[in-house]
Design a binder for this molecule. Structure first.
Ligand code: ATP
Length: 260
């Protein structure tokens, strides 16, 4: 049973009865959730429960997987993102994604950030582009570390810096939603702490959804948590309630480490 879908007109994204299939196999089963800009939502649950699949459905990344199919409705500002006229490149700028493994382009730090604004026509000339690059890197907490070597390759940065570069790259195209799929799983504890601080700094400016295997991380960075099990969203609510007073037995079993 889902405990809070909290339908309200201000939801940035809204999903209704979303199911996702890989061929005949159903990976996500009738998930309905509202995603707001005011808080960070964590998706937790045992391996294979469909968290990443559902996350990818939110910006149509599943389109790139042969045989993947989405049923139900997903809206961004009230518009169906799966409608045939949807510009998917534009959608993925509005709903950006940060992956498990940092994946900067094999280009300079500057180009990693400038590429998106350039193709989306967000800058009139070089000085505007420079300003977007600086602002995005500042917002991602990376500017001071890279400002003197913007022409160095993005891939030469440390793992944690690369992940902040990827966050800056997402920010540069003025997203409304940022999806993060286990963004710290390849990072050491210090780099992880830095990303968690960054998520907190970005909170409120963008709707943020993070898939995490770490319940401690979910508790630290999110204000809402959705618990998934076997493709279903079993429970959704305030993070503190999910961790201290879950309503569903399956949630309780998971957070007390009985499985997963
Ligand atoms: N590209 C794919 N093709 C076929 N099946 C897939 C594909 N990706 C995921 N699946 C299956 O869909 C189900 C949900 O997987 P998904 O990766 O979404 O789960 P998850 O909760 O994110 O898992 P994890 O925490 O291990 O990353 C699993 O049974 C998985 O094997």
């Amino acid at each position: 049973m889902v405990t809070e879908t909290n339908p309200s007109p201000e939801a940035k994204m809204r999903t209704r009865d979303v199911s996702v299939f890989y061929g005949a196999k159903q990976a996500v089963d009738s998930v309905s959730i509202d995603i707001h800009s005011e808080y960070v939502i964590a998706f937790i649950g045992p391996s294979g429960c469909g968290k990443s699949t559902f996350l990818r459905a939110l910006n149509r990344m599943n389109d790139t997987i042969p045989g993947a199919r989405v049923e139900g409705c997903i809206e961004l500002d009230g518009e169906d993102i799966y409608r045939s006229k949807m510009d998917v490149v534009q959608l993925r700028a509005r709903v950006g994604m940060v992956f498990q493994k940092p994946n900067p382009f094999p280009k300079s730090i500057y180009e990693n950030i400038a590429y998106g604004p350039r193709i989306h026509g967000l800058a009139e000339g070089k000085s505007e582009l420079d300003a977007i690059v600086e602002k995005s890197l500042r917002r991602a907490g990376l500017w001071d570390e890279v400002k003197d070597r913007l022409s160095d390759s993005g891939t030469a940065l440390s793992g944690g810096q690369q992940q902040r570069l990827c966050i800056a790259r997402a920010i540069a195209v003025q997203p409304e939603v940022i999806l993060m799929d286990e963004p710290c799983s390849a990072l050491d504890p210090i780099a992880t702490a830095r990303i968690e601080e960054l998520i907190d700094e970005l909170r409120g400016r963008y709707a943020i959804v993070i898939v995490t295997h770490s319940m401690q991380q979910a508790a630290r960075v999110s204000q809402r948590t959705a618990f998934f099990h076997l493709g279903k969203m079993v429970e959704y609510g305030h993070t503190s309630d999910i961790f201290t007073n879950p309503r569903e037995e399956r949630t309780k079993d998971y957070i007390t480490g009985r499985y997963g």
